[in-house]
Ligand binder design. Structure first.
Ligand code: BGC
Length: 755
């Protein structure tokens, strides 16, 4: 093939990745092209292919851009945040976006639905919006674990459990990629806190790392083949994750078979040559310094040309390997897409909300309630997302009071006036007003103090009270025990006084928790009738809250993290968010600060979340997996069978209550030859369809052996399924077991298996 025809072919094949060309490439042609292209690229071009175009230069307002090589027709690839929808700042006039993005509920809400089909649909919705502005790769989902309730980015993550995280993450990736847009698993790995994140060294042993922190990534890589993986800011056992060849080349690429692009998080790590030799394909956002440094390392021999070639080859292969549906993808009708995404955002929010308390069955709201008093700033300025790169600049948000008025509820005029004078003026577009969401939220002010007299007057104008408590998390900082986990004096006395006055008059008091993560409930929950966690529920949150409160939809969300009684009781609280060390092992670089905490040791090993709570038999406010419904479900006919590749747990679920609803079945297991039941772990789950009263459904939870394997570090066996008797539990939460069965599993003790 002449160079000219090669070039023409290359241009066609490469462009088709980005332009919906109908041509498809064969793998033979691809490998031939790769070699040819590689041998014809100059060193400078190779360096450019592995570095983004730069922070400042972001054509069309994307989050990042790869470098184009025009003489080969290799175009830019556009990378775009993030997990909750597409992050474009459309309020800036510089770019003429063809779409206004939908702010979907945050990741924790999606996971709390325990509904993989729903999460797939949300991924598809995000992917379709990305395609409208020709973004190639979405920078999400985030699938780190919620190790500690104060983690600043917990709202962007799914759960404290790796299997739930991996499964929900896979559904999100599959949804995004089903429309021809790539997805990125981030942040690989152990980005479980944000304080001084760029210089924070996470010390964790191999077994814990594999069984907890890497496990969700492994599941998502193997089950959904994401187009990209982004490394984390933090260090892992003394090595920057973006410079860790064991992590990137050995584990991710060789053991798990990942063949997409590994990119760095924005401005992370210290040494581009070390990043490339560790297996990174794309240094983001990329800079002239990065390029100069790679060039220098090549000249000095610190970086070998074959190491650079390997990275380039993988970038090219990824570009030449369009997702199966890409070539046939058609842009959806914009109006229909946005309309569908709006209703999807509402359905997703309602499905992820968790009812924690419903004393005296005061919910759903009864017909005698027409006027409601809305206390708490969050009723008026509801939080729909956290701050940072995951924040979506939506065109509107439905606050809780607007949700109420959409359902024709009136509100106490006196309270409305008090709050109108108290709160800063709300700007529906305020999420765009401060740079896509980094920094502070100007609407965030302290709760107002109400006198008993005021509450008494307000009570006369209303049939029920709703108190919204809110917490705003954000990237780059962790929450604090005092300001976020604990409720303030003002909040507690508001809840107490409103409850006393309303409940004396037999009027219901409902608390809405507009929060990203668990908060303290022990000191006040008994005062109120009902507690609904709305989370940071996306732009349709206010409507979704009333879908649940009115019973239009039965609550069916379940917690994906444990709600402790006291923060300090958690093992992960010790040493959080890290200790200041005198070690100068870690060079200081952009973003890192040696005067701040630089080290966290995960001394608790696997005792994270419900594992900690069960193993040390602590009492908990609300356990992992917990969630109330307006109906009851009964389980019968549990049966566990070993199959060649998995274990099947079948059962019958019957709705024994008065209203329709969907149940969430969780299957836990323990190797009972070795461990006590308190070591049970989640292995599989299933959300049922909506069942009418008295209706039954046969449910099957399939658990691949992979989920039952342990990582044997002591004998160097790696992943293996131990044989022995296993007890399987079908449950409604980690602490509410409905049925169990023991079976003998034939295992595999071979040390050959790895990965
Ligand atoms: C975040 C990433 C994000 C990137 C680009 C970083 O600060 O950690 O999650 O994708 O910025 O915005």
């Amino acid at each position: 093939m002449t160079m000219k025809t090669l070039r023409q072919l290359t241009i066609v094949t490469l462009l088709c990745v980005f332009c919906n060309n109908n041509a498809k490439t064969s793998s033979d042609l691809m490998s031939y092209d790769l070699k040819e292209i590689l041998s014809n690229l100059s060193v400078q071009e190779k360096i450019e292919l592995v570095t983004g175009v730069g922070y400042e230069y972001s054509p069309k307002g994307m989050t990042g851009y790869t470098t184009s090589i025009e003489r080969f027709g290799i175009p830019h690839m556009a990378l775009l945040d993030g997990p909750q929808g597409i992050r474009i700042d459309w309020s800036k006039k510089d770019f003429n976006y063809s779409i206004r993005p939908t702010a979907f509920p945050t990741a924790t809400v999606l996971a709390s639905s325990w509904d993989e089909n729903l999460v797939f649909k949300v991924g598809e919705g995000i992917g379709k919006e990305a395609r409208h502005i020709y973004a190639d790769i979405i920078l999400g989902p985030g699938i780190n674990l919620q190790r500690n309730p104060l983690g600043g980015r917990n709202f962007e993550y799914y759960s404290e459990d790796p299997i739930l995280t991996g499964r929900i993450g896979s559904s999100m990736v599959q949804g995004i990629q089903s429309v021809g847009v790539g997805a990125t698993l981030k942040h690989f790995v152990a980005n479980n806190s944000e304080t001084n994140r760029a210089a924070l060294n996470i010390i964790v042993d191999e077994k814990t790392l594999r069984e907890l922190y890497l496990r969700g990534f492994k599941i998502a890589v193997q089950d959904s083949q994401p187009r990209a993986v982004m490394t984390a800011y933090n260090l892992l056992n003394g090595v920057h994750t973006s410079q860790d060849s064991k992590l990137i080349t050995q584990i991710l690429k060789k053991e798990w078979g990942f063949d997409g692009i590994v990119m760095t998080d924005w401005k992370s790590g210290t040494d581009p040559a070390k990043q490339i030799s560790a297996g990174v394909n794309l240094i983001m956002p990329g800079s002239s310094n990065d390029r100069a440094s790679i060039k220098k390392s090549l000249q000095s021999g610190k970086l070998r040309m074959e190491q650079l070639d390997r990275s380039v080859k993988e970038v090219l292969r990824a570009a030449l390997n369009p997702l199966p549906t890409l070539s046939s993808y058609k842009l959806s009708n914009k109006e229909n897409l946005l309309k569908n995404n709006r209703s999807l955002a509402r359905v997703a929010a309602a499905n992820g909300m968790v009812l924690l308390r419903n004393k005296g069955k005061k919910l759903p709201l009864k017909g005698n309630i027409s006027e409601i008093a809305f206390f708490g700033n969050g009723s008026y300025h509801s939080l729909i997302s956290g701050l940072g790169s995951g924040r979506v600049c939506s065109t509107y948000r439905v606050n809780i009071i607007e949700g109420a008025s959409n359902f024709s509820y009136g509100q106490s005029k006196l309270l409305e006036e008090i709050m109108r004078n108290y709160l800063p003026k709300s700007n529906p577009h305020s999420v765009c007003d401060y740079g896509g969401g980094f920094g502070q939220d100007p609407e965030l002010i302290d709760e107002r103090n109400f006198s008993e007299k005021e509450i008494g007057l307000i009570e006369r104008q209303s049939d029920a009270a709703i108190i919204t408590l809110r917490r705003l998390p954000g990237e780059g900082q962790d929450l604090s025990e005092e300001d976020h986990f604990e409720v303030s004096q003002t909040e507690r006395s508001l809840v107490r006084s409103v409850s006393e006055i309303y409940r004396n008059k037999k009027k219901p008091v409902i608390v809405i928790l507009n929060v990203p993560a668990p908060i303290e409930t022990e000191s006040w929950a008994d005062f109120v009738d009902a507690i609904l966690v709305s989370w940071l529920g996306g732009q349709e949150m206010g409507n979704a809250v009333f879908d649940i409160l009115t019973g239009k939809q039965n609550p069916s969300g379940h917690l994906t993290a444990s709600w402790p009684k006291k923060y300090s009781e958690l093992q992960s609280a010790h040493g959080f968010p890290g200790i200041v060390t005198s070690e100068k092992l870690i060079p200081i670089f952009a973003g890192g600060d040696m005067a701040k905490p630089t080290k966290i040791e995960y001394l608790e090993q696997d005792a994270v979340g419900y594992r900690d709570i069960l193993q040390s038999q602590k009492s908990v406010a609300y356990p992992f997996g917990f969630g109330l419904h307006y109906t009851e479900f009964e389980l019968s006919n549990m049966n566990v069978k070993q199959r060649p590749h998995n274990v099947e747990v079948s059962m019958t679920i019957t709705n024994t209550g008065e209203v329709s609803g969907a149940d969430v079945i969780q299957v836990y297991s323990v190797n009972s030859d070795k461990d006590d039941v308190k070591y049970r772990e989640l292995k599989g789950f299933r959300k049922t369809d909506i069942l009418s009263p008295k209706q039954s459904a046969d449910v099957m939870v399939t658990i691949p052996y992979r989920e039952l394997e342990i990582f044997d570090n002591d004998n160097g066996c790696g992943w293996m399924l131990e044989q022995g008797s296993y007890q399987f539990f079908a449950a409604h939460s980690s602490q509410h077991i409905m049925s169990s069965q023991i079976i003998e599993l034939k295992g595999d003790h071979s040390c050959e298996k790895n990965g």
